[in-house]
Design a protein around this ligand. Structure first.
Ligand code: UD1
Ligand code: CA
Length: 454
């Protein structure tokens, strides 16, 4: 059994943000959650996250994960950060894995290789990668197979800066760790306690240091917004590949954004510019039109969403369709064959089977019976300035264009509401309600007026 420590106390000043660096989102999840999930995949006996900058927010973001926290009050460097875990790990015989909260692409398999190094007798194992552009990373000094040490960018001579093998910031240590940490000094360009100094310290104590060579992409550290965007692009490409291999059709895949929490079925078609977030679930054969944004939304098999629809917390049953330009808000339920068209907004309302609301309507806090027809411009006036009220529309009812249904109000089954009505009282089943002033025609009035004005 091993323990795992994740260093996440730094501020990340180069992000130029109020948000602690490790909480910046990648596909809707904080960067740090990726490091935590990679750690958990190896089932550590103890998992400790060292927090400091924005500690309360970081703890809150990890509240659903089984982690313990150590506090680093002042950010004096990565070695100092790790030392803060000693009260929680001092008695631990090792091995101890250590990773950083800002390297979200590291895979559990790679961390496993570091553990293996220590289990096979190395005092310390670290991950190194070759980068095209090593700027910003610690450079690895070697003599053949042997790693001698690490030099941080700011302490490096031009010759050392030319080295392309870098420290990826992932390590495994034996039980000598905390003793070794106390020997780390801060005589360097940044006046910080550098964790990679442990390489030289372990060697000085005659303990072997093993270097595991990894894939460059995995080691990407996030220190800037550009690096954050790059990592997000990589995660996104991986996710799209997974779904395409499982049978999803993506037109212009590079333009499609989706989060790891989204579930897709085979033969789903996603058109360019689609954005899928949260607990969105899309059933077999469904099509999502260009530039639709769906969050926490369920499409049952055979449901359709057309271009530019924005849905949040909506549920579309088989054969239902929405858009183009529909707006579905939380609690919008479209039962079988229900249709919501252009510029129609639906909130907390159930549209039963075959309901049609084709154009420019607002349905909020409403229940619309099977087969009812909602004309263009119909509005449920659900808010009286203080509270929300419900509207009930019976099955087969026909609500004429531009009517206002002032809630709480009920329109009976198969009732008709004349266009332009303001309905404030119940309309009985099968009745016709007209609530607008009657049209008057004044014969010849317009002609007379025109003559007068010459
Ligand atoms: C670090 C390594 C560098 C390596 C690179 C890989 C050191 C000195 N340098 O550099 O060799 O190539 O990672 O990505 O270790 N942190 C704390 N407390 C602190 C300082 C940092 O918890 O006092 C945390 C940060 O939140 C971050 C991680 O440690 O998650 C790394 O710190 P960062 O300042 O980003 O180190 P780098 O300069 O990237
Ligand atoms: Ca970093």
């Amino acid at each position: 059994m091993h323990a795992h420590v994740i260093l996440a106390a730094g501020q990340g000043t180069r992000m130029k943000s109020r948000l602690p660096k490790v909480l910046h989102p990648l596909l809707g999840k904080p960067m740090l959650a990726y490091a935590v999930e990679a750690a958990l995949a190896l089932d550590p006996k103890r998992l400790i996250v060292v927090v400091g900058h924005g500690a309360e927010a970081v703890k809150e973001a990890l509240r659903d994960y089984p982690v313990a926290f150590a506090q680093q009050k002042e950010q004096l460097g990565t070695a100092h950060a790790l030392l803060q875990a000693e009260p929680l790990l001092g008695d631990f015989p090792g091995p101890v894995l250590v990773t950083q909260g800002d390297t979200p692409l590291l895979r559990p398999e790679t961390l496993g290789a570091l553990l293996k190094g220590v289990r096979e007798g190395a005092g310390m194992a670290l991950l190194t990668v070759e980068l095209e552009d090593p700027t910003g990373y610690g450079r690895i000094l070697r003599e053949g197979e042997e790693v001698l040490g690490n030099v941080e960018e700011k302490d490096a001579s031009p010759e050392v800066r030319a080295i392309r093998e870098v420290n990826a910031g992932a390590y495994a240590f034996d039980g000598f760790l905390f003793q070794a940490l106390k020997e780390v000094g801060n005589q360097n360009a940044q006046g910080e306690y550098y964790l990679p100094d442990l390489i030289a310290i372990y060697r000085a104590h005659g303990r072997r240091v093993a270097a595991v060579r990894g894939v460059a992409e995995e080691a990407l550290g996030v220190n800037t917004r550009e690096e954050l965007a790059r990592v997000e692009g990589i995660l996104l490409a991986q996710l799209r590949s997974v779904w395409m291999r499982r049978g999803v059709r993506m037109v212009l895949p590079e333009s499609i954004y989706l989060e790891p929490s989204v579930e897709l079925a085979p033969d789903v078609t996603l058109w360019p510019g689609v954005v899928l977030k949260g607990r969105t679930r899309i059933g077999e054969g469904c099509e999502v039109g260009p530039y639709a944004v769906l969050e926490d939304t369920v499409l049952e098999p055979g449901a359709r969403v057309l271009a530019h629809t924005v849905a949040q917390g909506a549920h579309l049953h088989p054969g239902a369709d929405a858009g183009p330009f529909a707006r579905l808000r939380p609690g919008a339920v479209l039962m079988e064959e229900a249709h919501v068209g252009n510029f129609v907004e639906v909130k907390k309302s159930v549209l039963h089977k075959g309901v049609k609301a084709g154009h420019l309507a607002y349905l909020g806090d409403a229940e619309v019976g099977e087969g009812a027809n909602i004309g263009a411009g119909v509005i449920t006036a659900n808010y009286d300035g203080k509270r929300k009220h419900r509207t009930e529309i019976g099955k087969g009812a026909f609500i004429g264009s531009n009517s206002v249904l002032v809630a709480p109000v009920k329109v009976g089954d198969h009732a008709l509401v004349g266009a332009g009505s303001v309905i404030t009282h119940e309309v009985p089943s099968e009745a016709l309600a007209v609530a607008r002033s009657r049209q008057r025609n004044l014969e010849g009035y317009a002609r007379k007026k025109l003559l007068e004005e010459g």
